[in-house]
Design a protein around this ligand. Structure first.
Ligand code: PLP
Length: 355
């Protein structure tokens, strides 16, 4: 039985990447050191670091105006580093479209003046809110490109006359995106770029001038910009896996091809949900996520049975986040189109048996 893993994160790796990793870490008779057993400053690893940096820049389409930093601490550390670096003495503006935006806002409010200029909370995060007035001293507008739990996604970045700061954790490199137009963005690798431990941070270089001089060294973006993200030992395993994933995305034809593949997968799943009275997704069609599809059963008492039977039939990871309940299928890059076919078939059969 082929297993289709719909986990929201950490999530499935592309099959060819899993195969390459198995080969990379297979033990030979000579105990040749693997990529995680050598100095990060040696020639072997430096070549990997350079290829990863170049590959990410190619896929994002960014040039000298931006720094690409490879950090640790996850998206959560960026909730704090971003205001510390760029919003001291100014106001951080937020559009909140779900759970992760709430978290980013709460952390920012501990550090700098922070203001909500849009929120979907009153509509239960089922649509993208209108943007209100930005404060005159707004340092940036923070938004969550894809809300992983609520399944709400900005089709394109919001229009604002200040730098945009985006949490793109769950949609990074999933489609063509105007990365070069952003002031900053961050994304944990464990959704679409491999394994936990690595956070990609894109920063527009001119914003580095705003950074106050009294930050702890490791919390100052300049430290990482000036050291090729090697001020200390990086998470070499996560960098290596990320390079494998970048190579795999390029082998599929880059973001254009990957975006089309993801769109098709999502369309088929939403189509199956909408065609049935048994399943429902309540997010406004224009705001629906291509990456994370939350849905509910008309009869919620069947939810656990759905999760268990799906897992028994080779489809783990479909339980909704505990904050919202229900079900959720995450359709990241690594999810093959045939996984969606299997899920839709299972949903029809489950409805036939229980509807
Ligand atoms: C997963 C996720 C996070 C949390 O990421 P960590 O790396 O665990 O800090 C934050 N924002 C979004 C949009 C996510 O999907």
């Amino acid at each position: 039985m082929t297993i289709h893993n719909f986990s929201a994160g950490p999530s499935a790796l592309p099959r060819p990447v899993r195969e390459n990793l198995a080969e990379t870490f297979a033990l030979d008779d000579e105990f040749t050191p693997s990529v995680v057993e050598i100095s990060h400053r040696g020639k072997g690893f430096m070549a990997i670091a350079e290829r990863l940096q170049a590959g990410l820049r190619r896929l994002m389409g960014v040039g000298d105006a931006h720094e690409v930093l490879l950090l640790q601490g996850g998206a959560h550390l960026q909730f704090a580093m971003l205001p510390m670096n760029f919003a001291r003495g100014r106001t951080a503006a937020f559009s909140i479209t779900g759970h992760w935006g709430e978290k980013a806002f709460a952390e920012s409010a501990r550090i700098v003046e922070s203001r909500l200029v849009a929120s979907g909370v009153d509509e239960g995060y089922q649509d993208l809110p209108e943007l209100g007035h930005l404060p005159a001293d707004a340092a940036y507008l923070h938004y969550t490109g894809n809300e992983t739990i609520h399944g709400v996604q900005y089709a394109e970045p919001p229009a604002a006359a200040v730098p945009l700061a985006a949490d793109l954790s769950s949609e990074f490199l999933s489609r063509p995106y105007p990365y070069a137009d952003l002031g900053m963005m961050y994304a944990g690798a464990q959704k679409n770029l491999g394994v936990a431990g690595l956070t990609v941070v894109l920063v527009r270089r001119d914003l580095l001038e705003r950074i106050p001089d009294d930050l702890p060294t490791f919390l100052d973006y300049r430290t990482w910009a000036n050291s090729d993200s090697m001020k200390n030992t990086p998470c070499t395993f996560a960098w290596y896996v990320a390079l494998e994933v970048v190579d795999w995305i390029e082998s599929l034809g880059g973001l254009e091809a990957v975006g089309k593949r993801n769109r098709d997968k999502a369309d088929r799943l939403y189509g199956a949900i909408d065609a049935s009275e048994f399943y429902a997704n309540r997010v406004h069609p224009d705001a629906r996520s291509i990456m994370n599809v939350p849905f509910v059963l008309a009869d919620d008492s069947l939810t656990m049975r759905f999760v268990e039977q799906a897992e028994a039939e080779g489809m783990p990871g479909l339980k909704g986040h505990r904050a919202v309940g229900g079900l959720r299928a995450s359709l990241y890059n690594a999810i093959e189109p045939d996984a969606v076919t299997a899920l839709v078939d299972f949903m029809r059969e489950f409805e036939r048996r229980h509807g």
